[in-house]
Write a protein that binds this ligand. Structure first.
Ligand code: 5AD
Ligand code: SF4
Length: 467
């Protein structure tokens, strides 16, 4: 699946330097507008913040109106088949837009752009897509735009370069909460997953660069940061100076920023020391997203998850015992190739045992060239969907129960926005990541307030400000 590596180290460095030399207000980009649509995970959301930052330093400004844009960027996801379908559906619309505006530049980036078959398909069937760039080539976008002369340009390196520090070039979506990348890529190679191919091998950022960014965010008034990586617990394993995630967490905690979160945790790399650090520091939030994927040892082995059901439960219980008021959510895949009724029952039983605060559930989707895509899969989609529904029903009862437990309590909530449900209310998250719609004035946005919980639903809480 990997495309040939087209750049040597020196060329890569020269290209990366380009953005530093040419980063402000290029006349050719002045008064130009861009529109960006982001699909997929937080990593993509944060990459889009970086792309926006780059474009704005060049002179572009953001537009909400797709019809009035000079540049449209789709930052894509490849994790499941339906992610592709959404993008190609949208591209059909853009093709028509281009007919009425021939100067429009259409660009596709992100994980889909790292898939060789997608690149071939774009070359052959979608000539109206002007610029394609991969997850390792974001820094080269300014140069690609400047050099663009109407001929389709494709720049998707297979090989990840060194970690490039962007000197806070991000245009962040919020001025209250911020994503902070601590690593890129993943070395785990779960057999169903395309991420190690699209995002490459694990590369951790240096601790001093991460701390510098957190300190800058704190100084700028940010209340919460989320440390971001495909597998944050493996942080540092690739660095020369060997470091554990727990050390990073402790150092980040000592910056004094009010709230710290992190996603995503892999059970295999979760150490006791990490649990102790999470339990020890008040500004590390008691919320852990801990994907289990399946409750069956046979399937876990086929998935190459590197832990057993028993080991997962042991870790889960340790975290629950040691971290006060912790909420744990998970990811589960149903219908992995060869999953029997018994395997699925084991997943249901594990969910009953853990009573997760919430879960994201997915039907297995065969991804190009992953080992699982070659495994024998006899189960019909209909049966897989039935299993998904059964699982979701169970998950929802537990998330509702978990929410009901907060009734009448007072929760510390970081208010982040006006409520989407009711524009006379505000909304925010509890320490353990429960969404609350609050009867409180708009001037509470950006503050941590005490909220009395009045009602609990499956996916959110209602409360009023406690004075
Ligand atoms: N099919 C279905 N779900 C998948 N995920 C990752 N790859 C696949 C796939 N091929 C799910 C996993 C992961 C989450 C981000 O997406 O549950 O934790
Ligand atoms: Fe994919 Fe597994 Fe890496 Fe998560 S840990 S990104 S599921 S390979």
């Amino acid at each position: 699946m990997r495309l040939p590596n087209m750049l040597d180290a020196a060329q890569r460095k020269a290209k990366a330097n380009y953005i530093y030399e040419n980063r402000t207000n290029r006349p050719i980009f002045k008064n130009k507008k861009y529109f960006i649509r982001t699909y997929g995970c937080q990593m993509n959301v944060h990459d889009s913040e970086e792309i926006k930052g780059l474009l704005e330093t060049l002179g572009y400004s953001e537009s909400e109106n797709i019809n009035k844009s000079d540049l449209i960027i789709l930052n894509t996801c490849a994790i499941r088949e339906n992610a592709h379908d959404k993008v190609f559906g949208f591209l059909g619309r853009l093709k028509h837009l281009k007919k009425s505006n021939p100067n429009l530049i259409i660009s596709l980036c992100g994980c889909m752009a790292q898939e060789a078959s997608v690149v071939t398909y774009i070359k052959e069937k979608h000539p109206y897509i002007d610029i394609v760039f991969g997850t390792h080539n974001i820094s080269e976008l300014p140069k690609m735009l400047e050099d663009y002369k109407g001929k389709q340009k494709i720049n998707v390196d297979s090989k990840e370069g060194d970690v490039i520090e962007f000197d806070n070039l991000y245009k962040r979506d919020s001025n209250i909460t911020a994503w902070v990348n601590i690593m890129y890529g993943c070395d785990k190679f779960c057999t169903y997953c395309i991420v190690p191919y699209t995002r490459g091998k694990q590369r951790s950022r240096k601790i001093k660069d991460i701390l510098k960014e957190v300190n800058e965010l704190k100084k700028a008034g940010y209340k919460e940061i989320t440390l971001l990586g495909q597998n944050v617990n493996a942080y540092g394993k690739d660095l020369e100076e060997k470091l554990e995630f727990s050390t990073l967490l402790e150092q980040v905690s000592k910056t004094g920023i009010e709230r710290i979160r992190f996603v995503t945790s892999h059970p295999w790399d979760f150490t006791d020391k990490m649990i102790d650090i999470i339990a020890k520091y008040d500004n590390i939030m008691p919320y852990i997203h801990l994907p289990v994927q399946s409750g069956s040892n046979r399937i876990l082995k086929l998935m190459n998850r590197k832990y057993t059901r028993e080991e997962y439960l042991n870790l889960f219980n340790k975290i629950k015992t040691k971290v006060n008021n912790v909420a744990i959510t998970t990811d589960i895949i149903v219908g992995f190739p060869g999953e029997t009724e018994e395997d699925f029952e084991e997943t249901l039983n594990l969910v009953k045992e853990c009573q997760f605060d919430g879960a994201f559930t997915f039907v297995f989707s065969a991804r190009e060239n992953t080992p699982a895509s070659k495994m024998k899969d006899n189960l019909s989609l209909e049966e897989k969907n039935k299993r998904l529904q059964k699982l979701n029903k169970l998950i929802n009862t537990y998330s509702k129960e978990s929410n009901l437990k907060t009734l009448g309590t007072i929760q510390k909530v970081l208010v982040t926005s006006i409520s989407e449900k009711d524009n006379k209310k505000v909304a925010g998250y509890t320490e353990n990541m429960k969404l609350v719609n609050i009867d409180a004035p708009a001037n509470t946005i950006g503050k941590i307030i005490d909220v009395k919980i009045k009602a609990a639903k499956s996916f959110s809480l209602d409360g009023i400000i406690e004075k």
